[in-house]
Design a protein around this ligand. Sequence first.
Ligand SMILES: [Zn+2]
Length: 278
Amino acid sequence: MRGWRAPRALLVVAALWACSEPTDPGPEPPAVYETARFRIVDSTRSPQPLIDSIADRLESELDRVLALLPEFPEPDTVWTLMLVDGKGMGFVDLTDASLWQWLDDLDLDYLPHQLTHLLTGYARRPFLEEGLAVWATEQLLPGNSTVHPYRGQPPHAWVSLFQDANSQIPIGVMWSAFNLGYAYDGSSADASAWQLFIETGSFTRWVMETYGRAAWFYAYDLDDLPAALGVSEAELEVAWLAATRAAFPDPLTCEEALGTRGPLGTREVFWCARARGE
Ligand SMILES: [Zn+2]
């Protein structure tokens, strides 16, 4: 077991700050903390208990992701969590192995998703990488129906719902999707990206449970679903959609599901229009 090793050190740098001119202090530098396997760069100067809770969650979620995905080598570099003021979508920057989190949008239930991306290095297409990250989240946070992107009901239930309006994104379209077009304030492209996340997570789970985990990872390595699974794309699509429908024959409506966390915002209105096939 790898664990949390206290104490964390505050690296930057109260002493330098104290030497600044008192009349013109300039921006306060971020506080930098080290955990066993992460660096937290805190531009928000948040209180220590919050930093401690983030550090503990980072370490524990990485343990869980590593245990879930032994197919990938353990990281040999320190990953960075950038904590910044404001509100926005957390994201992963693979160029410097960092996670970005906004203080007013600090959804740590998204960590399994983000840590999965850092672990794999996002070496394959979004269909495979996002599917694995959503599947990992569902495995590690079972019963959690609030985590992005499948708020309100599980991915299979969403895919069942999409079939009501025949609005599901076909496997072939998802397979070719690269520019996912996220927009925090909502857009049609953002709605398609949201739906793609859900469908890839559902599809990944179905393949793992139907063909076995080794088959899914063979497809991941081969970058070719029909060749890896020995089934045509059309047959895969029919069987997957039927399985989600059978598992959730009576899904919540989009508004019911997203409304479980309060009124819908602009972004969610786009999502529900997409779900209705508009
Ligand atoms: Zn992702």
